[in-house]
Ligand binder design. Sequence first.
Ligand SMILES: [Ca+2]
Ligand SMILES: [Ca+2]
Length: 259
Amino acid sequence: MTLREALKRIFWPYRRHKSRTVRYAFPLLFLASALLAANAIDTQNESYVYIQSDASSVQENDTFEIRVFAYANEPVNAVDIQLAFPPDQVEVTGIDIGQSVITLWTEEPYIENGSTVVLRGGTFRKGFKGEHLIAVINARAKESGLASFEVTNSTFLAGDGTGAEVTVGSSGREKTKLVIANADGSYSAVAPAGQESGLEASVTVRIVPDIDGDGQVTLADISRFITAWRNKTEIYDFSGDGEMTFRDFAIILAKSFMR
Ligand SMILES: [Ca+2]
Ligand SMILES: [Ca+2]
């Protein structure tokens, strides 16, 4: 039996139900790429802030970094950026400003209300243009779950002597999510809309494509993924966005030993 035949067999009873999803997938994909392209053009002419995690999934007690970047489309010499993090799940252990474009901190970066990193400072003269690192936030994963980080404020002031506020547009990357898994590669989450199973609001999310743990990704794992997809009893999320989507299906297929 070839892989294609095997998949066809597994998918057959399922196809009828989901044919609609498949039919709409292409126009949606097209729309999504058109929107992304439009966004990319916009951001060329606007200043923005974005954050980046050095990992999409970690385990409890692991350390990781969230980097904060600023892009200025005109000279900016003062910034005020605030980043919210989930204190129950994540401990901020340090804020590294050694490589920062900011040289004069109005106050040393600090944590407000236990859950927001405040980065407020500037540079001499006209300031900076283009993309620069503002800070590296060092953190430790405390509790399993899906941790969200979000820029809640970004104010830029012009370095032209007016101190006028510079418009800060959207980068589309002001938020990032990080999966914090238990040692067995799973975590509990609130079921996404449409994926609740009966009265259960809590589901187990697993992030390891080798579902049965035998050391390789085989048809058995793919079959379990598909069963979970149909029954919505468990969520397999290999992409780190907290949801089980077709992208996760593509990832498990890619990790499969049958190529
Ligand atoms: Ca396996
Ligand atoms: Ca996913």
